[in-house]
Every structure is written in structure tokens, then in C-alpha cells.
Ligand binder design. Structure first.
Ligand code: GLU
Length: 448
């Protein structure tokens, strides 16, 4: 083993050297590589064919200028990205993130995780991710439209239902997908629904896609609880964020009998002891695009803490659904100390390596993002299936498929962890199970 571990360490050092400054990418790579020692010991062909080194190098990276004019007529310039990471299992698939923090390191961490997440879904999708440092916050609809049109004017040439199929992520929802789809259709003169997912229901979208990431993450936690002969019934929960993932996580928690008492946005935290009023949150965030602070305007009994830390609120189930590295080692220790027994990650890589260590050592049920939040992209793949068959499925049928997929992911991760002697360790289970399928496809495809 020592020899194998030394080889993997050398590969990691090479990733650091080849990708300077991309700290989130380094973090995502290390988390996977740390789990692969026993896998390559069993499969020397992966070492011979340098599968790990190849997986760590994106197949293609596109970086482009996105010029657009704001409402005052001023010219703005943003940077656009699409990292086409792996097409071993299918066309590149993954969302677009519009947020001022976006740079190559963020897009690569997301794209790298997406490879294994998409593999875990069991559906034929490769891994990719993209986005821009454009900040949609405070922009008018017209400004967002002009930005999306300019972004797609470059990106369209790289896309296709069999090539690369983007979707949403932070800052990209139905509105942005609509503007991008419109521009794609105009430039190519093709009505090609399979080229983007997360579309509106009247023009090729799938029922349940909006709810899918949050619902899926909650189904995953439900399975982890079941494996411990427990359930959501009567559990106090906290969900960070108040975007699409958080909203539908809260909805499903409530449907399964849990009580969600807190959510947040980048300005602060809402605590409502009676259980969050989800209709109000939906109106504030989905319709009016306001801040979560406005919750207390109508709900005087609730508390708003500006710059508060949601992880200090005692809960039994925590579902980080905002962004990367939102739970550090100290937050994780606070959660465990306050009686948290399960964590399900709706966001991508929301827990720092120190935090992950705390959860694993405490042996709580910890579902890492690439397994727990795979329901979003899985339902994107269901949207692609419906588009390919010129079909549309009912809500109930689609939700049942999503639940089955999440149960399967849970069971595969659980069983893989058992097989590798790390019972209950979903991090190891997810990384190994996701990796092996991609690695086998790469061996079969030869040196490409
Ligand atoms: N952005 C989502 C994720 O992190 C969804 C991607 C998709 O639907 O393609 O998995």
C-alpha cells in the first residue's frame, strides 16, 4: 500500500504544479485521490494506463470574453468558462454558475466533482461545468438577457445534445436558461431542446427538474437515516441558503415529517422556531427576488441575525445548500456537539476537509455533495431522455424515478464503503464507486 500511496501523492503534487492557485480544484482532487489507494491496488491497469492523471486533466477548457451593455449604455466585460472535463460516460454535462467569485479554479473543482457525481447517477452523462464572473444580483431582466445572449454567442459552437449539455447552478435558473436557449435557437436555426436542461415546462423542460436537487438530497438523507433505523419524523433541521436547492430541500423535509427552523442568504440567517413558512420564502426569493431578511417583516416572531452563523443553531439534521466551504472544522464540531446526527450536502463541496474529518470521526451519517446532490443532474438526464423521445412525463412518474435513483446511489455508496472495509463512510463509497465506472470506460476506449 505504501508504494501505491506514494504514487498517488506524486500525482497530487503534479496537479498542484500544473494548476497553480486553483485551491478549490486542489481540494476536490485531493478528496478523491485520498480514497483511491485500495482501488489501484486491486486494479494495476489503472496505474499502467495512467487513468488518474488523465482524469485530473480536463479534455478541453474554453475561456472567452463576454462583452455586454448595461441599461445606461455602458460597456461591461466579463469572462466566460466551459470546462469539458470527461466524456467517458456520455456528453459533457453540468451546470453554469454566474457569480463574481467564479474563476478557472472554481469551474474546475465543480467540473471534476461532476464527473463522479454523474457517474453515480447511473445515467449516460459525462462531466463538465462552466460559468462566468458576471454578478446577476441587482441587474435588470434586460441586462441579464443581454449578458446571456452574449455568453451564448460564443458558447453555442461548443454545445450539442451529443456533445455538451449545460444547465443551471448558482445564479443561473429558468430565466437565464430561457435567454440562452432563445439565443442558441436563433444562431443555429434549430429547435434543439436537448442542448440545455432546466428549460421551462412549455418549451421542453421536465417536471420535477426545479425541485430535483433539493428533493434528491432529502431522499438521500432519508436513506441514510433508514440505514440507521431512523427517519425525518419530528427532526429539527437547518438548511443553509435560500435559493433553488434550499427551498426544495425545506419542502421535502416538511413532507417527510421534519421541521426546518432556519435558512440563510449571504447577508444573514432566519430562525423561526415554529418551522419556516415556505410559501413566504418562495414568494420572496422566486417571485420578488428579495433578501431573506424581509421574512421578519410579516413574521415578527422569527429572528434575523445579520452575518449570523446558521451552524450554531442546534439541529439533528443539517443540509448545507448554499456554496463551497461554508462549514469549517469549528462549525462541524459545533453541529456534532449540539446533537446533529446527519448532514446531507445540497451544495457542492460545502464542507472543508477539516469539517469532513470531524463528521467522519464522529461517525454521524454524512452524505457528501457528489452523492447527495446528484438528483439535480440526474433529473437533467431524465429531461434529456424526454427530449430525445419527444415526450413529457407526469410529476409523479418523474419524482418516483428520481427517488429510485437516489436510493440506488445511496445503496451503491453504502455497499462500496462496506466492500472496502469502511462501513458507513459515504465519502469513500461515493468516490470509489463514481471513479471505477469512469476508469473502466476509459480503459475500454483506449488511449484518447
Ligand atoms: N449544477 C447542478 C449540479 O451541480 C446541476 C447540473 C445539471 O443539471 O446539469 O449538479
Amino acid at each position: 500500500m505504501a508504494q501505491v500511496d506514494a504514487k498517488i501523492e506524486t500525482m497530487y503534487q503534479e496537479v498542484l504544479k500544473r494548476n497553480p492557485g486553483e485551491t478549490e480544484f486542489h481540494q476536490a482532487v485531493l478528496e478523491v485521490l485520498e480514497c483511491l489507494g485500495p482501488v489501484v491496488a486491486k486494479h494495476p491497469e489503472y496505474l499502467e494506463r495512467r487513468i488518474i492523471e488523465r482524469i485530473c486533466e480536463p479534455e478541453r477548457q474554453i475561456i472567452f470574453r463576454v462583452p455586454w451593455q448595461d441599461d445606461k449604455g455602458k460597456v461591461n466585460i466579463n469572462r466566460g468558462f466551459r470546462v469539458e472535463f470527461s466524456s467517458a460516460l456520455g456528453p459533457y454535462k453540468g451546470g453554469l454558475r454566474f457569480h463574481p467569485s467564479v474563476y478557472l479554479g472554481i469551474v474546475k473543482f465543480l467540473g471534476f466533482e461532476q464527473i463522479f457525481k454523474n457517474s453515480l447517477t447511473g445515467l449516460p452523462i459525462g462531466g463538465g461545468k462552466g460559468g462566468s464572473d458576471f454578478d446577476p444580483k441587482g441587474k435588470s431582466d434586460d441586462e441579464v438577457m443581454r449578458f446571456c445572449q452574449s455568453f451564448m454567442t460564443e458558447l453555442y459552437r461548443h454545445l450539442g445534445e451529443h456533445t455538451d449539455v449545460p444547465a443551471g447552478d448558482i445564479g443561473v435558473g429558468g430565466r437565464e436558461i430561457g435567454y440562452m436557449f432563445g439565443q442558441y435557437k436563433r444562431i443555429t436555426n434549430r429547435y434543439e431542446p436537448g442542448v440545455l436542461t432546466g428549460k421551462g415546462l412549455t418549451w421542453g423542460g421536465s417536471l420535477v427538474r426545479t425541485e430535483a436537487t433539493g428533493y434528491g438530497a432529502t431522499f438521500f438523507v432519508n436513506e441514510m437515516l433508514k440505514a440507521r433505523k431512523d427517519s425525518f419524523e419530528g427532526k429539527t433541521c437547518t438548511v443553509s441558503g435560500s435559493g433553488n436547492v434550499a427551498i426544495y430541500t425545506i419542502e421535502k423535509i416538511h413532507q417527510l415529517g421534519g421541521k426546518c427552523v432556519a435558512c440563510s442568504d449571504s447577508n444573514g440567517v432566519i430562525y423561526d422556531e415554529k418551522g419556516l413558512d415556505l410559501d413566504l420564502i418562495k414568494r420572496l426569493k422566486e417571485v420578488e427576488r428579495r433578501r431573506i431578511e424581509d421574512y421578519i417583516k410579516t413574521h415578527k416572531h422569527a429572528k434575523y441575525v445579520a452575518k449570523g452563523n446558521i451552524w450554531e443553531i442546534p439541529c439533528q439534521v443539517a443540509m448545507p445548500s448554499a456554496t463551497q466551504n461554508e462549514i469549517n472544522g469549528k462549525d462541524a464540531a459545533t453541529l456534532v456537539k449540539n446533537g446533529c446526527i446527519a448532514v446531507g450536502e445540497g451544495a457542492n463541496m460545502p464542507t472543508t476537509p477539516e469539517g469532513v474529518k470531524v463528521f467522519l470521526e464522529a461517525k454521524i451519517a454524512y452524505g457528501p455533495g457528489k452523492a447527495a446532490n446528484a438528483g439535480g443532474v440526474a433529473t437533467s438526464a431524465l429531461e434529456m431522455q424526454q427530449n430525445a423521445g419527444r415526450d413529457s412525463w407526469t410529476f409523479e412518474y418523474t419524482e418516483r424515478k428520481l427517488e429510485d435513483i437516489m436510493i440506488n446511489i445511496h445503496n451503491n455508496c453504502f455497499e462500496t464503503a462496506e466492500e472496502y472495509g469502511a462501513s458507513g463512510n459515504y465519502v469513500l463509497g461515493a468516490n470509489i464507486c463514481g471513479f471505477i465506472k469512469v476508469a473502466n470506460a476509459m480503459v475500454a476506449h483506449g488511449l484518447i
